[in-house]
Design a protein around this ligand. Sequence first.
Ligand SMILES: [Zn+2]
Ligand SMILES: [Zn+2]
Length: 454
Amino acid sequence: MFQPEILSLLDESPPLPARSRLMPMKPMNDTLPIQESLSSYFVRLARKHSCSPMTLLRNEVLAWTKIKYSREASSRFTSNYIRTMNGVSFYAKELAEALNNLTGQSELDRCSFLPLTEVLDPRGNGLLHHRPHWCSECFRDWRASGNEPYFPLIWMAAPVKFCKTHQCALSDTCPHCGQAQPFLPKHSYLDHCSHCGKWLSTSTITYLKNIDDFSLYQYNSIEEMIVNGWRCSSLLNSSSFINSIKVVAGELYNGSIYEMERELGFPKGTVSNWSKSNVSPSLPNLLSFSYSLGVSPLEFITLLENQHIHPNIVMDHRKQASKRKGLSVDEFSLVKSVLDSIISSGISEKSVQSIARDLGYTVTLLRYWFKEECQAISRLYREYKNSCRIKNEQKDIDVVKDIFKRLTDKKTKITNRILQNELSFHGVILSRPHVLAAVEEERKRRLLFQALTI
Ligand SMILES: [Zn+2]
Ligand SMILES: [Zn+2]
């Protein structure tokens, strides 16, 4: 006969499920490119608690952070600082962590750009829009399908100015009262104006006929950062970034980072500073840089030593260089014959850069396909420049000798002032080392001559 087990219920208390101070709430679409932003999550969380976003912030959340807040500075706080909760700032870190603790959620940092903290400028220059942007069509679709409207993180990124789904420009002012919206509105309805309360969706939408390559590239790259950034966060650090710069500079630019930044059209010192780990790039600079190399920022940062960047897809939008995708057999043999004839002549009066320009290609492409030929031409060009320098120096020395001879013949005392005037008349600069050495030599010779004739 079945004997039920006797439980010692009086001795044991049942396990208590985990509790959180605030309602546990998942971010919208947290594994998709339209992943919710942290500020949007915050506003929806406030509605779940039937309070305004500012009430939730001031009365509950700030106490869990190191953020200093005073009512006197509240307008600066909401206009300047709170928007950075979607970025890589101190505010993003503190608020994501506090909301993780308060809601029992994990990894709310993915609702911001925090997974990219180590590879982006910590000041967040060019990272976020200064005011919320939204797609009217997305708001309309979500309402029509009964989904809760929210602000995806990708709308927060400053380089993103259009909705890829609807091919239309994002809006940033209320279509009824014309006001810009705060990141934490007075109420907690994200698709309604914080000032007049009306719906932010409008029927007057600017559809984009053509989205240029670079804008689309920026959108896709940021989308990739949002979806995959946290997945490869162990590789998203400054040493991976520096390593990738060195690998590409070694492969394509003779190991010279200065040459790399010059070829890619960046101001002197920009990429070299990144490679010294004391400066991280702003998002717009990182996008321009990787675009010039024909890869996405994540592909670039996670580049391994044995991977190659193929410069036949290099598109240097800054310099509007030739945008050819590789070389046909005919083009290849034509370029090769030009380079070979320069090499066989034993002299190159032009640099590889200007030869590339004459041929209508980027120097990066030329160096990729004709590495040895380019090295040989660079050597010939250096020799040519060196011989020009020697010739020019000899001309200066001849001028000095001529001046001394003429003035000595006329028995003119050669003072520094007279010498300077004579040299500048012939366009020779006295302070240059070879000129000074020649003057010194002539003075000695003159003294010797005078000693002998006395
Ligand atoms: Zn849309
Ligand atoms: Zn309004």
